[in-house]
Design a protein around this ligand. Structure first.
Ligand code: GTP
Ligand code: MG
Length: 393
């Protein structure tokens, strides 16, 4: 693969860098390579954060401008002297756009260790998941509940894990964008793996998205029923009322295998700073219910690719990205969990083919879910209590 090089000389680059404080430049777009088209420019430069545009003309002038976001372009104007700026020559010989990266954007040491050794790591994680056995004889599958705001990536997470075990990207669970939750039913998904396509010892339970308002989105009382194992697959959630005990989807006497063993809050990394106080209140209310049932809680931070350009460019930057590390700290404060409970992932959203690093991150998240499930069973036995036999406690 050929690397696209800058047209700036070393001296010119140093001069440009001296206008900033401790930054480095990353070439995103070069017109002679990527094309002079509007679309090519926006495809490569939108959503990249602060950028600098450098234009070269026939007369030998090098000029340009700095903006914090490409979307900011229309409407912004400043006064300059054309003769001084570009010698009245707008016939460009080249045009480049660089992302301006603060040197502090990248941490010197990863804040969490992960082995990016490609297929061997992926296989090891898949083997761990396939061979997982809950520590209780009466239970063969860990039951993990995904809850979170509308559009956070709950259904996409199931689709992504299913894809990893299928060998290519699939999309059985409805995922996409709508004003309200696209998922309206309670779904309990099995994932098939291995040559005999047997079910993994894991069931991912997908729910309707949470919404701020009362009577909108997933009903909090329904979460209690799901946790206790009362709600069955394909129950149609009703935001204005919780499930009734005479519903055909209501299981009157669930056992330990029907209960939820691990709860996962799914949050969109791009929207952490936008989470409203009302949504935080909802999280707190759910957390109380989850704690009361003695179920461990994990937080899945999705869309890390959209949140951080360094991660979008290369997923293995995730644990050296200063921005993602900051995000994890914010999430842990907002939800009130330790940072080790927050797991970042990138779901498959538009790809056809699998990518090994995406898979490693996704599978690592599942391994955490299984470890937390073990904690749930450990806790049951250590407490010596009879919770499994008395699901209504
Ligand atoms: N780039 C990117 N897009 C994602 C990621 N996860 C989900 N998406 C996209 O986000 C949108 C919403 O994802 P869903 O999986 O439908 O979200 P959900 O939480 O199930 O939403 P509801 O069922 O509506 O509550 C879809 O367009 C996905 O393709 C991710 O990690 N990265
Ligand atoms: Mg969904």
């Amino acid at each position: 693969m050929s690397v696209v090089g800058s047209s700036l000389s070393g001296e010119q680059e140093r001069k440009l860098l001296s206008l900033f404080n401790n930054v480095r430049l990353h070439l995103l777009y070069k017109a002679s390579v990527h094309g002079y088209m509007h679309q090519a420019f926006h495809n490569r430069c939108d959503g990249q954060g602060p950028t600098i545009l450098v234009a070269y003309n026939k007369t030998g002038f090098i000029f340009g401008g700095y903006i914090t976001t490409v979307q900011q372009l229309p409407g912004n104007s400043y006064i300059f002297e054309p003769e001084e700026m570009h010698g009245n020559d707008l016939q460009l010989t080249e045009c480049e756009v660089y992302r301006v990266e603060q040197r502090g954007d990248i941490l010197e040491k990863p804040w969490r260790n992960i082995n990016w050794e490609g297929f061997s790591t992926k296989q090891r994680l898949m083997d761990y998941i396939q061979n997982y056995k809950p520590e209780v004889n009466s239970v063969v599958q860990a039951r993990v509940l995904l809850v979170g705001p509308v559009g956070a990536g709950k259904s996409s997470f199931f689709n992504s894990i299913n894809s990893v075990f299928k060998g290519h990207v699939t999309g059985p669970a409805n995922s996409g964008s709508a004003g309200t939750s696209l998922t309206t039913q309670f779904r309990t998904y099995n994932i098939k793996a291995g040559q005999d396509r047997s079910a993994l010892p894991l069931v991912l339970c997908d729910t309707m998205g949470l919404e701020e308002g009362l009577g909108a989105g997933l009903d909090i009382d329904d979460i209690t029923s799901v946790l206790k194992g009362h709600i069955q697959d394909r129950y149609q959630f009703n935001p204005s009322t919780s499930i009734q005990s005479d519903s055909s989807f209501f299981c009157k006497s669930p056992s330990l295998k029907d209960r939820i063993h691990c709860v996962v809050y799914v949050l969109d990394a791009c929207k952490i700073s936008l989470i409203s106080a009302k949504m935080v209140d909802k999280f707190t209310a759910i957390r109380k219910i989850v704690n009361k049932q003695g179920v461990p809680l994990l937080v899945l931070l999705t869309k890390v690719d959209e949140a951080c350009p360094l991660v979008k460019e290369d997923l293995t930057n995730i644990y050296i990205s200063h921005y993602i590390e900051k995000m994890i700290r914010e999430v842990s404060l907002c939800i009130g969990v330790s940072q080790s409970c927050v797991v970042p992932v990138k779901n498959y959203s538009r790809e056809f083919e699998l990518d090994v690093n995406t898979d490693i991150l996704l599978l690592s998240a599942v391994v955490q879910m299984l470890r937390y499930t073990d904690d749930y069973f450990d806790d049951l036995y250590q407490a010596g209590d009879q919770r499994p036999e008395t699901p209504d406690s």
